[in-house]
Design a protein around this ligand. Structure first.
Ligand code: 5GP
Length: 327
């Protein structure tokens, strides 16, 4: 529907390697035929579902395909242009810096290459403002988290405002937020904005409570925070009291099976309460979607008028991490 495509949109929750399109995957596969990777291994098609665990296997396959500076440059450039073509005017991309011994890629080079892609798109006049969040993969523990924060801080100071914050993501069933608290606290103290994946699975009540005390600047998913799904009133109260926006990714949660169907998505709970809720894609490549489609699904599932959709999209601007005056 052209209304949703033309609607000026803000994307706040997009993992770089999960956002790689079919076309870009084709190019990567042709660069690395020896890996014997096929399309079915990098995306979850219409009507298909996977366990969350299987979704994380998909990321491993994509990481095999994206392991050089050239790959990252191509992937980031393509992803930015695709978001722009979908009517996204402001994009916060996030990615976990990786070191690849085989290709000589370092974490620093990784981030520099993403910066280069953002700058190239800007030079070419692509109509989108892009910022970057450095991601911590929770699986990698305390020390790596601390190193990542240091790296993010360096880039925050040297990247001309492109690096604005930190993301905490990765398999929610692995590791505990308690071990990452010092790193997250340090990030906050040095002025990095925090977007944390919170309560993505039901077993994270204690961790969410702990992390909400920071408090984070935004929450990814927050699927199991509210009492109706086994969360608690006190968790909800912390979110509401601190007015922490939620990044909500409908198709991702359906395909990853943490939410049984669109109608039962927690968007409804938070939106009805009038709490800042931002529609996002999460991994547009892996979940075969785009942001206009996500808005359309939200509108048809929850009966939103065009005016309400417009407002919803516009209110996302209040949740961005870039400072003050853009557009
Ligand atoms: P990358 O950071 O390599 O650019 O993007 C892929 C990574 O993002 C995954 O390895 C994972 O750490 C994180 N990620 C992507 N989608 C999800 C999600 O739905 N939940 C969580 N917790 N992490 C995700």
């Amino acid at each position: 529907d052209v209304f949703y495509r033309e609607l000026p949109k803000v994307e706040l929750h997009a993992h770089l390697n999960g956002s790689v399109s079919f076309q870009t995957i084709e190019k990567l596969i042709s660069r690395k035929p020896h890996l014997n990777i096929e399309h079915g291994m990098t995306a979850i098609g219409k009507g298909q579902r996977r366990t969350l665990d299987e979704c994380f296997q998909v990321f491993k396959v994509i990481h095999q395909l994206v392991d050089t500076e050239e790959d990252i440059l191509m992937v980031a450039t393509d992803v930015i242009k695709e978001f722009a073509a979908d009517g996204v005017k402001y994009l916060e991309l996030r990615s976990t810096p990786r070191e690849e011994k085989n290709t000589g890629l370092t974490k620093k080079r990784y981030i520099e290459t993403v910066m280069k892609a953002i700058q190239q798109c800007r030079k070419e006049g692509v109509d989108i403002d892009v910022r970057f969040l450095v991601a911590i993969d929770r699986r990698n523990g305390t020390e790596v988290a601390m190193e990542t924060v240091k790296l993010a801080e360096e880039f925050m100071l040297s990247s001309d405002g492109l690096v604005v914050g930190l993301d905490l993501s990765g398999d929610p069933t692995v590791g505990h937020g308690r071990d990452l608290l010092p790193a997250l606290q340090k990030a906050k103290n040095c002025g990095l904005k925090l977007s944390l994946h919170l309560s993505e699975v039901p077993s994270q009540l204690e961790e969410s409570d702990l992390l909400l005390n920071l408090p984070p600047d935004r929450i990814g998913h927050g699927t199991f925070l509210h009492p109706e799904v086994g969360g608690s009133a006190s968790l909800v109260e912390k979110v509401v009291k601190n007015n922490i926006p939620l990044e909500l990714c409908l198709t991702s949660n359906i395909k990853g099976q943490t939410v049984p169907c669109y109608a039962q998505h927690h968007f409804k709970y938070w939106y009805q309460m009038g709490h800042p809720s931002v529609i996002c894609t999460d991994d547009k490549g892996v979940f075969c979607t785009d942001l206009s489609q996500e808005y359309q699904v939200a509108a048809s599932t929850f009966g939103l008028s065009r005016e309400a959709v417009w407002k919803l999209s516009q209110s996302a601007i209040d949740c961005i991490f870039a400072p003050d005056t853009i557009e």
